[in-house]
Design a protein around this ligand. Structure first.
Ligand SMILES: *Cc1c(COP(=O)(O)O)cnc(C)c1O
Length: 385
C-alpha cells in the first residue's frame, strides 16, 4: 500500500487538527458515562430522551431476545422479516400518519437506498448545503444531477430550478432538524416549492423524531405536514428512540417500490427482531410520556439564557442540539479538551463535517439531564471563556 501515501495523509490530518480518534466508553449510554475509568457528564449523545438505558426498554429487549433469539438470520426478503418487524412498521405508520413504513438497518442505508432507488441519470436532486452526509452520498450514488442550495435558503433553491429541467424527475432533500446546527428546515416553504415545481420532497427527521410534536412524531407533526406535503419521510431509531435502525414512511406505492428497488434494503441482513420489538416499547414511552419533550425544551431554554449571558455565540436552534460557534478548528478542539479535563464531554465538530472556519462545540441535551447539570456546564464555560 506504499503508493497510497497513507502515512502522509494521516500526518496531514494531524497537522490540521482534523485527526479523529475514538473514545472507549465503559458504561451504558447516559447523562453520566465512564471514559478511561472516569465518570464524565455527557453533553454529546443523541439519546435525547434517555431511552437507550431505560429499564422498560431493557426489559423489552431481554424478553424479545428470549422470544426471537439474537440474529435475524437473513435479509427481509428471504426469511428475516419477523412479526416484530412487521408490527413495528405498522405502529410507526400510525405514529407518523403515513400509509406505510419500511424498516432499514441504519439511517445511512435508508437515505442512500431511497434516493438511489427513485432517481437516476437525467434526474435532478436538490439538497440543502448542510444536509447529512448520508443524504449527499445517496444523491451522488443515484447518478442524478446534483444541485446544492444555500442552507435553508428557499430563494436560492427556487433559482436552481431551470425550465430546461422541468421534464426531469426531481427531488428536494432536506434534514428536518440540521444535525450540526440544530435549526429546523423551512419546511412549509419547501412544501410549496416542491408542489409548484412538481418535485418530490424528502425529509430526514433523524433529530426531530421523538423530540418535536405533541406526540413526538417530529417535524411533520409540529408543522402539520401530511403525506401529500412530505411524500418521503425518513426517521432513525438510534437517536431519540434509543435503539438502532431506521425507517422510511410514505405511500403504499413508495414502500412497494423500495422493497423492489432499494439495494441497501434488499442486500442486507434484517435488523435483529429483538431490536424491532424493543423499539415498539420505546415508541410507547415516546407517545405516552410527553414530559421528556417538555424537559428537553426547558433544559435548552435554560442553557440558551445562560450562554447568552456569558456572551457565547449560539446558533438559531430550538432543538436539543445547541452548538456554540467557536470558528477556528484548533480552538474548538482545545476547549473541548479543557472541558473533558474538568469532567464534561462536549465534542468539537470540525471540517469536513461542517464548513471551514465554523468549528463548534456541539452541546446536546437529554431529558435525563438536570438543571444543575446545565448550571455546571455553564460554570465551566464561564471559566474557560
Ligand atoms: C444520524 C443521522 C443519520 C444516520 O442514521 P444512522 O441510523 O445512525 O445510520 C441520517 N441522517 C441524519 C440527519 C442523522 O443525524
Amino acid at each position: 500500500m506504499k503508493r497510497f501515501g497513507l502515512e502522509a495523509q494521516l500526518e496531514d490530518l494531524k497537522q490540521q487538527g482534523l485527526y479523529r480518534s475514538r473514545r472507549i466508553i465503559d458504561s451504558p449510554q447516559g447523562v453520566r458515562i465512564n471514559i478511561d475509568g472516569r465518570e464524565v457528564l455527557n453533553f454529546c449523545s443523541n439519546d435525547y430522551l434517555g431511552l437507550a438505558n431505560h429499564p422498560q426498554v431493557i426489559k423489552a429487549f431481554q424478553q424479545a431476545a428470549n422470544k426471537y433469539g439474537v440474529g435475524s438470520g437473513s435479509a427481509h426478503l428471504i426469511c428475516g422479516h419477523s412479526t416484530a418487524h412487521h408490527a413495528l412498521e405498522e405502529e410507526l405508520a400510525a405514529f407518523t400518519g403515513r400509509e406505510r413504513v419500511l424498516l432499514f438497518s441504519t439511517g445511512y442505508m435508508a437515505n442512500i437506498g431511497v434516493i438511489s432507488a427513485l432517481l437516476g441519470r437525467g434526474d435532478v436532486v436538490y439538497q440543502d448545503k448542510l444536509n447529512h452526509a448520508s443524504l449527499l452520498d445517496g444523491g451522488l450514488l443515484s447518478g442524478a444531477t446534483f444541485k446544492r442550495y444555500l442552507h435553508a435558503d428557499v430563494d436560492n433553491l427556487e433559482k436552481k430550478f431551470k425550465p430546461s429541467l422541468l421534464s426531469s424527475k426531481s427531488m428536494i432533500v432536506t434534514d428536518g432538524i440540521f444535525s450540526m446546527d440544530g435549526d429546523v428546515a423551512p419546511l412549509v416553504e419547501l412544501v410549496a416549492i416542491a408542489k409548484q415545481q412538481q418535485a418530490v420532497l424528502m425529509v430526514d427527521d433523524a433529530h426531530g423524531l421523538g423530540v418535536l410534536g405533541k406526540t413526538g412524531a417530529g417535524v411533520v407533526e409540529q408543522f402539520a405536514l401530511s403525506q401529500n406535503d412530505v411524500p418521503i419521510l425518513v426517521g432513525t431509531l438510534g437517536k431519540a428512540f434509543g435503539t438502532a435502525g431506521a425507517f422510511v414512511a410514505g405511500s403504499e406505492l413508495l414502500i412497494e417500490t423500495l422493497i423492489q428497488k432499494a439495494r441497501p434494503y434488499i442486500y442486507t441482513t434484517a435488523m435483529p427482531a429483538a431490536v424491532a420489538a424493543t423499539t415498539s416499547a420505546s415508541l410507547k414511552l415516546i407517545i405516552n410520556e410527553s414530559w421528556r419533550r417538555e424537559k428537553l425544551q426547558s433544559l435548552s431554554t435554560q442553557f440558551r439564557q445562560g450562554a447568552e449571558q456569558l456572551g457565547l455565540t449560539l446558533m438559531d436552534s430550538n432543538s436539543a442540539i445547541q452548538p456554540i460557534l467557536i470558528g477556528e478548528t484548533q480552538k474548538a478542539v482545545a476547549i473541548s479538551q479543557r472541558l473533558l479535563e474538568q469532567g464534561f464531554l462536549v465534542t468539537a465538530i470540525r471540517p469536513p463535517t461542517i464548513p471551514k472556519g465554523k468549528a463548534r462545540l456541539r452541546v446536546t441535551f437529554s431529558a435525563n439531564h438536570q438543571t444543575k447539570d446545565v448550571d455546571a456546564l455553564l460554570n465551566a464555560l464561564e471559566q474557560l471563556f
